[in-house]
Design a protein around this ligand. Sequence first.
Ligand code: FNR
Length: 380
Amino acid sequence: QNEIYLHGLEDRVPPFTTDATRLGASARTRLDAGAFGYVAGAAGSGATHRANREAFDHYRLVPRMLTDATDRDLRTRVLGTSMPAPVVLAPVGVQSILHPDGEPATARAAASLGLTATLSTASSYSLEEVAEAGGSAPRWFQLYWPNDDEVCVSILRRARDAGYSTLVVTLDTWTLAWRPQDLDQAYLPFIRGVGTAIPFSDPVFRAGLDRPPEEDLGAAVLRWVPMFTGTDTSWDRLPFLRQHWDGPIALKGIQHPDDARRAADAGMDGVVVSNHGGRQVDGAMASLDALPGVVRAVEGTGLEVLFDSGVRTGSDALKALALGARAVLLGRPFAYGLAHGGEDGVRHVLRSFLADLHLTLGLSGHRTPDDLTPDDLWHR
Ligand code: FNR
């Protein structure tokens, strides 16, 4: 903030908006229509995507005065990872459709701020390449649970060997939703957007892919799709993951309190309350509205509740934290930053978000995120 006010905008790279609610519109000019539609798009009518944002407007912060919040400390520990603020980069797949530097650029930007980035199974760079880019910063790995156990174990082993500490298992995308923007353009990033880069990081997907790219991609997609779609995962299969992953595990895509309770019963370490940014079940409730019920359901179990879907500003994060989230995950905002300016673009978005969070926490009268309770909110 001071940097901008004191030195102006001229030398800043890249010069684009600090308003994350408008980042999408400004990223649009940088991307081809297919890639933009894929990132900005949502399931069905977009009702849940809109509801995610609207829900933040139904809660308002109630600032406290004369609390001496000049000296703030946002540090926290989430799912075994120390972080400078309760903010994590959500898994976002196929980032090379946004910028050729893709996931390694995101990893470098996050690492430069000490933030944890979650690498998607659908990464356009191998998980080892991304780990190397992130250096010594903490990193998490998101699993799309393949129905081939050998592939699953291979991915988990490689992720562990590459230093990913925490596993985030996404449950809400066992098949792709009805997404009109993508269908209208016949756009599937795995086929159209990545050129010769092969998403999905396991070498099994790369085997035999040195024929002409078009042919190879088609063949590869035909092999991956059945492996990552299907319904043969179930609550009974969670011990299998536990057996092959010795770090913390969080289930992502939880919205129902009973599912959160089941996660706790199954010995999971956390859940991410999320509706995938409104990209899966159109008509699903706003993620923020699902949060209080989940928090209540797992009270006293030790299960950590994280939150995403629709977080754009510091105050959005504070509302989720006040409702009991341990941390928030950011999705589209940093993706748009990547589209704007690669590593610098991601860093700009993250720094802006952290500065906003830091200021708004203090102006609301709080020193640490742990000070926030539901009583600090007014619900319309
Ligand atoms: C996602 N998301 C996602 N989630 C996941 O578990 N694995 C993935 O590969 C992806 N890929 C992905 C791509 C794109 C382009 C977007 C926008 C989102 C969902 C993501 O992790 C997160 O849940 C949402 O993005 C959060 O909502 P916001 O912050 O985008 O509103």
